[in-house]
Structure formats: C-alpha cells, structure tokens
Design a protein around this ligand. Structure first.
Ligand SMILES: [Zn+2]
Length: 284
C-alpha cells in the first residue's frame, strides 16, 4: 500500500511598503508608496513550493533568506501573474535554490515578457524604483498540465482572466483548502484599479466568484496588511471595493471626487496612493 502523503503547511512572507518616485501625489501626501507584497511558501515534509518572488533586489534577498530558514528543498516557484512586483526577484531565488524551477501558465509568461521589455522597464519600473530593480530577470517555464506536484499533492493553477491586470491566475491547493490568489484578492490594501475598465471590473468580480467556488479555508492576497489573517472574507471585501469604485466612478466627475468618496468608505486600507492612481487613470 502506498504511504499516504504527509499533510502540507503554508507560510506567508510580506515585504513592507517601499517609497516610489512619483510627482503625482494624492491630496495632502508627500510621498507615493508601493503596496506591501506577499509571497507564500507551501511545504511538505522535505520539499516546498514558493508562490511569487517579489520585486526589488533587497526584497528578493530577504525572501531567499526567509525561504532558506524553513529548511526545505525548494523544488518550484509558481508565478501567479505578469506584474513585475511579483516576479522581478525570481532570478535571485533561482540562484539561491538550484533545485527549483520556475513555472507559470503560457499566458502569464507572455505578460511577463511584455512587462519587461527594456522600454517598459525604463519608463515604468526603473523610474519608480531607481537602482532597485534587478538587472538579471528570469522568465518562468510553461507549466505542463496546470499542476505542480508536491510530495503526492497537486497544486493547481486556475486561470482567472482579468483581475488587476490581464491573464491572471491563482494557485489552488485542494488538500489544505488554500488559494494563493495573486492580485485577484486584496487584504486590507487599496486595490490597483488603474488597468481595470468597467468591463475589466466585471471580469474581476467574476474571478472572485471563481475563487469563492473553490470553497477555500484561506485566501492569500498578493497585497496584504502583514498582520491580518488570511480569512476568505477578503473575497467579499475585494468584491465590495470594486462595486463601490464602479458606482462612485459613475456619479463623480473628477479624480479628486472619486478619491475622496472612496476614501470615506474605505478609510483604513493600506496605501491610499494606489486609490489615487486608479482615480487618476479614469478621471481628470
Ligand atoms: Zn501586484
């Protein structure tokens, strides 16, 4: 008789907010910030799989130390979506853990490629984070059959379409009721809605319905307040935020009105600058 696989566990690392260079500041602010970013380690008895790889040189180095401290053999890194803040640290991780291979679904690899052309790196990322984006960027390999094995358990990539960008996914671990949501769910952090048209917002809500249908016991948001738990209630909280933005965007004329009214409904989320960015993307 085959031995029953050992149960899996998970642990979440959150890189704190870092300042970004921008001259478009929200009312009353003196600095723009990047939201805190998470990475998740799913571990068996000996092996482990990391989900997402953070952004800056310093974040990737700290993440590698944190992974090493778990004392497992890292076999794979899964990238949930193409935004650079979730994978620019990948080469550093692969360097530190030579047994690990990086995987993503083909549509995500295409987004990674488009989001890391020299032109886009210079205009978007390096201008916001001068001297902090790694020079060496590694892309992921296509994931065969949408599944990563971990000591007899399946970790399943689930396509979600548009959430805070196009062609996003989450990683579902049925054995422990875990969904690592990438940027499909936010946990007490203002959403990045700058890429989401009204249709994109409807798609995002449909993606949240898909995550909910997996009936998870824990949902890890790509951007989360570090000390908050990973309760699945963040699915509904994210959905409500999108619906609020949708409704207020319809009835306001300026970025400032949209920003102020959203902030009145969501005064305590981390990083109002992300809300300002969304308001500026859709209003003057
Ligand atoms: Zn993100």
């Amino acid at each position: 008789m085959a031995a029953r696989p050992a149960p899996l566990t998970f642990d979440v690392y959150v890189a704190p907010s870092v300042p970004t260079v921008s001259d478009d500041l929200p009312p009353g602010a003196e600095q723009r910030w990047w939201s805190p970013i998470s990475a998740t380690l799913i571990a068996g008895q000996r092996d482990a799989v990391l989900v997402d790889a953070l952004m800056t040189v310093g974040q990737a180095r700290d993440l590698a130390d944190w992974v090493a401290a778990h004392g497992k053999r890292l076999t794979a890194v899964y990238i949930t979506h193409g935004h650079g803040d979730h994978w620019f640290g990948l080469a550093t991780i692969l360097d530190r853990f030579p047994d690990a291979r990086a995987f993503a679904v083909p549509a995500v690899i295409e987004q990674m490629r488009r989001g890391s052309t020299p032109e886009f790196l210079a205009s978007f990322w390096k201008s916001r984070f001068p001297g902090q984006i790694p020079d060496d960027l590694a892309l992921a390999d296509p994931l065969p059959s949408n599944t990563i094995g971990l000591e007899g358990h399946d970790l399943v990539a689930v396509g979600l379409g548009h959430t805070d960008t196009d062609e996003t996914t989450c990683l579902h671990v049925p054995a422990i009721g875990l969904v690592v949501a990438g940027d499909a769910a936010y946990n007490d952090v203002h959403l990045y809605l700058a890429e989401s048209s009204p249709q994109g917002r409807r798609d995002w809500i449909a993606a949240l319905d898909t995550i909910e249908s997996l009936d998870p016991r824990a949902v890890i948001a790509g951007h989360k307040r570090a000390d908050r738990d990973d309760d699945p209630r963040i699915i509904e909280e994210t959905r409500r935020y999108i619906r609020d933005f949708d409704r207020i965007a319809e009835t306001t004329n300026t970025a400032r009105e949209l920003y102020d009214q959203m902030l009145a409904l969501h005064p305590d989320r981390v990083n109002p600058g992300a809300l300002w960015g969304a308001a500026r993307a859709w209003k003057r």
